[in-house]
Design a protein around this ligand. Structure first.
Ligand SMILES: [Zn+2]
Length: 166
């Protein structure tokens, strides 16, 4: 784990100057519950699912979607949660298209430590992709210097999601 720390943390720390990862049991549950110990990154939520900005974005507009219920595997999603996650995915793509105009997306779950997952609470990444950026390996290895102030990201995304209601 020392290797991973050295590989990932310095770039992230350089990018998120002034922000520290809080010591809470589950950072996503803390965000859901508006715990004052964590930054309020929520972009949108209803009674089942939510979206937040990634504190450690790989690219501009990188967001996370998750069920409000703390589960750690997509096989634990109820049919309703699963349908709502998909609706939120589609609605998020439409909004990211209009705000960031990316040329593509990487979408998916990282599950288990070997995948690079650092948060157990099940969450789906939506990573917008842009022309003339570095390859995905460069990005996932943290080799890229990013992009947009997280507060700017949050403002833009919250405006774009303000009309969403399901
Ligand atoms: Zn959780």
């Amino acid at each position: 784990m020392t290797f991973r720390k050295q590989l990932f943390i310095p770039n992230k720390r350089a990018y998120i100057t002034g922000l520290q990862r809080p010591s809470v049991d589950c950072i996503i549950c803390s965000i859901i519950n508006d715990d004052p110990a964590v930054s309020n990154l929520t972009v949108w939520k209803n009674t089942k699912v939510a979206a937040c900005a990634n504190l450690y974005p790989y690219n501009a507009g990188h967001i996370l979607l998750y069920p409000l219920r703390h589960i750690e595997d997509p096989r634990e999603l109820t049919a309703e949660e699963s349908a709502q996650m998909h609706t939120l995915l589609c609605q998020s793509l439409a909004r990211l298209d209009s705000v960031y105009h990316p040329e593509g997306y990487n979408i998916g779950y990282n599950i288990g430590e070997a995948s690079g997952a650092s948060i157990e609470h099940l969450h789906q990444h939506i990573v917008p992709r842009y022309p003339r950026e570095l390859g995905f390996v460069d990005i996932t290895a943290g080799a890229k210097i990013i992009i947009e102030d997280p507060n700017v990201t949050l403002t833009r995304l919250r405006e774009a999601f303000a009309d969403l209601n399901f």
